[in-house]
Ligand binder design. Structure first.
Ligand code: CDP
Length: 226
């Protein structure tokens, strides 16, 4: 594989994008970037700074704060650092999940994150997952996938994941959040979630991670003549 290969995985919330992107990055020795965690990082920052009042975001204040916000991944384990704080766990809290799609719909935030991701691009090649990677961030990616799955299956998986982390939530709350985010993500004006014309659609409803992995490797190897 060329060292600068780019693989893009987009799709609906909790369809297994990050899990698979991580597995592929290890297999092909590429850098893994979970772009959603960057949007979560900005959202966590906005919440921590008290920029939401009754769910209304103070956009002007956030705009000023963006100048002071640095997000970076630690290379060895992929932990996300916001300025000097490790926020890897905190960005998964329900409060962040409830507000992230509102924050991600803002042009200034998308421009900010786009710049961050482009800066992370290196000679190594990357596997990047998100909502607009194959359409906007890396439209020339070598391989593009678009993940979907039935909402109940997605909610069940995410609920089990959160429960295992000791988070207090219910299946219904998780389902509601996923459906809510999908709605905002697909209908926003800037970089809405949609399948790139040249992306391969993958329905993960009936497949575990190993099965999806085998399928993706087959598609990638054949596309790149490996
Ligand atoms: O892992 P999960 O499917 O829950 O979502 P995520 O990848 O952590 O992304 C969280 C949110 O960030 C999404 O619901 C989108 O609102 C936003 N996002 C985006 O707008 N563009 C991206 N490239 C990645 C995430």
């Amino acid at each position: 594989m060329d060292s600068n290969t780019l693989i893009a995985i987009d799709g609906y919330a909790s369809t297994g994008k990050s899990t698979l992107a991580k597995m592929l990055s290890r297999h092909y020795k590429l850098t893994f970037i979970d772009s959603g965690s960057l949007y979560r990082g900005v959202t966590f920052y906005a919440l921590e700074k008290g920029l939401f009042e009754n769910d209304q975001l103070d956009k002007e204040a956030l705009k000023e704060e963006l100048d002071f916000l640095k997000l970076r991944f630690k290379h060895d384990n992929g932990d996300l650092f916001l300025n000097s704080e490790n926020v890897s766990k905190k960005i998964r809290l329900p409060d962040v999940s409830d507000h992230v799609s509102t924050v991600a719909a803002l042009t200034m935030v998308r421009e900010f994150i786009l710049k961050q991701i482009r800066q992370m691009q290196n000679k190594n090649g990357m596997v990047v997952d998100g909502r607009d990677i194959g359409t906007v961030v890396f439209p020339d990616a070598d391989c593009k996938f678009f993940f979907m799955a039935r909402p109940e299956v997605r909610a069940r998986r995410r609920f089990e994941e959160l429960k295992a982390q000791g988070q207090q939530t219910t299946f219904e709350e998780v389902l509601e959040n996923l459906v809510h985010r999908d709605k905002i993500d697909t209908s926003r004006e800037i970089s809405p979630l949609r399948k790139a014309v040249d992306a391969i659609e993958i329905d993960t409803s009936e497949m575990n991670a190993d099965k999806v992995f085998a399928l993706l490797v087959e598609k990638i190897d054949s596309k790149l003549n490996l």
